[in-house]
Design a protein around this ligand. Sequence first.
Ligand SMILES: Nc1ncnc2c1ncn2[C@@H]1O[C@H](COP(=O)(O)OP(=O)(O)OP(=O)(O)O)[C@@H](O)[C@H]1O
Length: 203
Amino acid sequence: MIEIKDLNLTLREPILKDANFSFQEGSIYLLHALNGTGKTSVLRTMVNLIAPNSGRVLFDGQKFAQVKQQVFYLETSDWFDKNLSGLDYLKFVKSEWQSEQDLNSAIERWEMGSYIKTPIRKYSLGMKQKLLVALYRVSDAKYLLMDEINNGLDADSRQVLYQELSAWAYQKKLIIMASHYQDEVENIVDETVTLDHRQLIRG
Ligand SMILES: Nc1ncnc2c1ncn2[C@@H]1O[C@H](COP(=O)(O)OP(=O)(O)OP(=O)(O)O)[C@@H](O)[C@H]1O
């Protein structure tokens, strides 16, 4: 479970005011809000990239620092070091997150075999996005926080992504995804969480 408790966050403008929410394991949540109202900032706050003004985020009752290896958040493929290859990243994540996941299965699932040893600077947007999703799989983390992960994926790849997400939820992982493809993900999402008037609201 992830609990957001009395969270206050102000950046350029107030984003959260005394916000509370509980996310349950084995579920997929869609984080929904108008552009620029704070989805990315909320995800960043959950993983300590931004300090809130007050309040807490607890993962099964523990602070992020105590459960780091159970959480995976790679916000965007812009964060990749373009001189490294996809394989470098897959190996790094498998090692850092102490995962048992098989790299070859992830590479095959996302049809990355022909380019996985190539530097990321030679990847298209879709190729980088596939790598990003594969890293979530390879981390095998319990808590998967995703920001617009379906951006740049073609329709077929998005369907593969949704199958993967459903399988991960079945394995009792907790997935929170910010996405603009609201209609498309409706079928796999267990609950929509709307960021409205600085509160996190069900539905
Ligand atoms: N580092 C920062 N310093 C100050 N203000 C910031 C910072 N990052 C974001 N903001 C502000 O916080 C607000 C929310 O931005 P955020 O990127 O979280 O929104 P979003 O809902 O994810 O947007 P989008 O739907 O367009 O991706 C914006 O007003 C933005 O200018």
